[in-house]
Ligand binder design. Structure first.
Ligand SMILES: [Zn+2]
Length: 165
């Protein structure tokens, strides 16, 4: 996808007007860096249309939290398969943080397996990563991770792109 085309830029800009993280997650999904992205808020039809215009499959997923309250998540990705799998597994289900769920979500969201396992064993273990690198990621990098530094430049360039729009 040509991220410099005016049509694409205006879509990303409109998503950014809704929320910066939404626009950044959309770029990561467009570039295939994340098989699936999750924005933990509902999005209206116009917002969903913007994601579709970027070539993404987008859905609203209803979940419940412990208090019984209904929450809506927006999930999107280039491959409909990942969106369907997420919907089948989590649609209408309570939000949970079990190791099994974290492993499965990590797989869908494109997190390095080593970081997922470290996070399950002990979350937020100091990893030596500069704060401004850690904060553009959606996973907590494991200590001495060999995968995270490899994917960071691609994340950085899309974060910069979203910031400049
Ligand atoms: Zn790692």
């Amino acid at each position: 996808m040509n991220l410099n085309s005016p049509e694409i830029k205006s879509c990303v800009q409109a998503l950014k007007d809704i929320d910066f993280e939404l626009a950044y997650l959309a770029l990561l999904a467009c570039e295939g860096l994340k098989p699936l992205s999750r924005w933990e808020k509902p999005l209206d039809g116009e917002g969903l249309l913007l994601l579709q215009q970027l070539g993404l499959e987008a859905r609203q997923i209803h979940r419940t939290v412990k208090t019984g309250k209904d929450v809506v998540e927006t999930i999107f990705g280039r491959e409909p398969g990942y969106v369907q799998i997420y919907e089948q597994r989590f649609g209408g289900r309570p939000v949970d943080k079990s190791a099994e769920t974290q492993r499965f979500e990590g797989y869908l969201f494109g997190y390095p397996p080593c970081c997922i396992e470290q996070y399950i064993a002990k979350p937020y273990t100091p990893n030596g990563l500069p704060t401004d690198d850690q904060e553009i990621l959606f996973h907590w990098a494991c200590r001495d991770c060999t995968i995270t530094p490899t994917i960071l430049p691609a994340y950085r360039s899309l974060n910069d792109l979203a910031s400049k729009l």
